[in-house]
Write a protein that binds this ligand. Sequence first.
Ligand SMILES: Nc1ncnc2c1ncn2[C@@H]1O[C@H](COP(=O)(O)OP(=O)(O)OP(=O)(O)O)[C@@H](O)[C@H]1O
Ligand SMILES: [Mg+2]
Length: 293
Amino acid sequence: MSALDRIAERQLVVVTGKGGVGKTTLTAMLGSLLAARGRRVLLLEVDPRESLHQTLGTEPSGGEIVQAGPRLGLQNLQPAAVIEALVREKVPLAYLVRKITESAAFHQFVEGAPGLKETALLGYAYRALQSGHRPRFDLVIVDAPATGHSAALLAAPGLLAQAAQGGQLGDMAADLATFLADASRCGVVLATLAEEMPVQETLELITRLQVKLGLRPDLVVANGLYPVPRPGAAKANDPPRELLQARRRLNEAELARLATVWDGPLVELPLLPLGRGPALVEALAILLEEADR
Ligand SMILES: Nc1ncnc2c1ncn2[C@@H]1O[C@H](COP(=O)(O)OP(=O)(O)OP(=O)(O)O)[C@@H](O)[C@H]1O
Ligand SMILES: [Mg+2]
């Protein structure tokens, strides 16, 4: 089974990797590819600096679901806003809701309770998959915050469930932890550059996911590879050939280092001379699908 076939069967996929390696671009690519396969896909962006919409050429989400194509929605979601919405759902009086959500104690609770924001975010994703939800999605892809936090993100509901020991919050967190532990429904995709620091973080994260959560990524994408310099006359504004060669050699050395630990599905994607936007996403998505066969 190809990695994309496996990802297409998931309900929740977390895309993670070090800062700037192409997580948001990869989230958009996966969304386009899987919506094209007939899945109803919601892309969730947590980063308050909205950029997901740019990759797909829509207006910014500003917290709402924006249609980015047939069966493809995207949404920028701030965990604190999710928790406020939950309070609004449970507390019937508007003035009381305001009193709660504007209080210092509430903000201390939201910021201070370990795993609460992460659980709220994943809980939101989980609800979007339920049959009663309108619109309902088959698959939610989370464009996760940088690497350091993604193992913690996935471990959060389990830890919160332990800490809360029952109650409405504890039960919700426990349900969510069970869902996340189901390897047939939830998966992780890692993005990296074939450079020293990102590969180092990727290797550490693969180990951490395995040890902490018993989880093996569905796919690792080595993004932004330098092209193999071709013989022939260089054009006037091409980068110097030696520089390209050196970059490419570095990429290959790092890919070899990655291969010493990761023997699962790996796709290499080139650095393309395109800016952030739908043309880049489409070109990379075609290459991803070809390489995944
Ligand atoms: N293969 C590629 N070829 C050319 N440009 C790329 C490629 N992949 C990503 N980019 C560009 O690199 C920049 C960073 O990509 P992206 O925003 O997807 O990374 P990110 O991991 O989400 O970053 P952050 O950690 O800041 O959220 C963007 O401008 C994007 O358009
Ligand atoms: Mg991003």
